[in-house]
Design a binder for this molecule. Structure first.
Ligand code: GCU
Length: 342
């Protein structure tokens, strides 16, 4: 972003965070156009940002006489939790956040924090790309003021640290950052580490200053968020596939005509397609940079040993949260289809 754009974004962020929360973005009309504000936590090179540029293009090509889309990357409008609140109140219109951040609003989203829920990437993609099936879940937060439009692939999460993790025992005594989700806290504890929930933007400094030893995420966290500069060991234990979701303010979405709504949904679907294509390339690139420029060691581990540690977590989640049972069973069926294929 150019400097003046950054300054404008920062000014908007301040106004939104301190001035407008609670008010509606309906007031934000510039040159006769309604400004649509979208927040996310990633850099401008990230597949999600590229996906949202497609979203912006489609909306402005088709509805440009009425709407202008502004994208705020890099947690400019605050952490995921904060940005969801801004979307809820209508201070902004859309936010991309990991489903872990939605758990506090709708318990059904906890399903995605279950360790080793999906047994293959194919099963994960099939479940998430089943737009009709996902609809019920996506609309379940309408009462909280927001609705999910689509999902984005955020890969597979594994541990990375300043100390190598070759077996689950290596996690003992380590302090690991997790997303602000109770299910993820329980998971990391079951692995034998101490869990330290914090927002994504705080992780780099926390590792650098030794407040935590490491974190868990996809490979892009090493490069796009520079965590590979401070944590040199990435272990492929692959405990979760946690999707990101595009969340929109319900009132805004319901204010659209049927035709406009269809265009917004189409733009969201296209953004997902673009993002998923970019994702594959981005992971390859991230690995290359992490190994060759950051000196990160990628460690292959015995995944079963990690799975064994969290069987109890899966059971406990199913017992304590009736909202996830249907989806769990649905996912098991899809998992079976792909067993032995990967
Ligand atoms: C990934 C994911 C984000 C999430 C982040 C985190 O980057 O795409 O949505 O917020 O992990 O661990 O907080």
């Amino acid at each position: 972003m150019k400097l003046w754009k950054r300054l404008m974004a920062a000014a908007t962020a301040l106004t939104l965070t301190f001035g407008l929360s609670g008010c509606s973005a309906f007031d934000s009309i510039t040159n006769g156009k309604r400004i649509i504000r979208i927040a996310h936590a990633q850099s401008e090179e990230h597949p999600e940002h590229i996906g949202m540029l497609e979203f912006k293009k489609i909306i402005e090509d088709r509805l440009g006489d009425k709407y202008e889309v502004e994208i705020f990357p890099n947690e400019l409008l605050g952490s995921a939790q904060k940005a969801i609140e801004l979307t809820q109140t209508g201070a902004i219109d859309f936010v991309i956040a990991g489903t872990a951040n939605v758990e506090t609003f709708a318990k059904a989203y906890e399903i995605f924090s279950m360790p080793y829920l999906f047994t293959s990437q194919d099963a994960y993609h099939e479940v998430m790309n089943d737009v009709d099936y996902m609809q019920q879940l996506y609309n379940s937060t309408d009462e909280s003021g927001f609705r999910v439009l689509t999902w984005f692939d955020a890969g597979t999460r594994s541990f990375y640290s300043t100390k190598p993790i070759r077996t689950p025992e290596d996690l003992k005594g380590q302090k690991i950052r997790v997303q602000q989700s109770p299910a993820s806290v329980n998971m990391v504890k079951a692995f034998g580490a101490a869990a330290s929930p914090m927002s994504f933007g705080e992780v780099y400094t926390a590792i650098q200053q030794g407040v935590i030893n490491g974190a868990e995420n996809n490979e892009l966290a090493l490069t796009n968020n520079k965590h590979g500069e401070v944590a040199k060991y990435y272990s492929y234990n692959q405990h979760q596939m946690v999707p990101d979701v595009l969340i929109g303010n319900t009132k805004f979405l319901e204010s659209l005509s049927d035709e406009e709504y269809a265009i917004f949904m189409e733009a969201a679907q296209k953004a997902t397609e673009v993002e998923m294509n970019e994702w594959v390339k981005a992971v390859e690139k991230a690995k290359d940079i992490a190994i060759n420029e950051q000196g990160v060691e990628f460690i292959e581990v015995d995944i079963q040993a990690f799975k064994d540690k969290v069987v109890g977590v899966q059971k406990e989640m199913l017992e304590n949260n009736p909202d996830i049972v249907d989806m769990y069973e649905h996912i098991q069926k899809v998992n079976k289809k792909y067993e032995g294929k990967e």
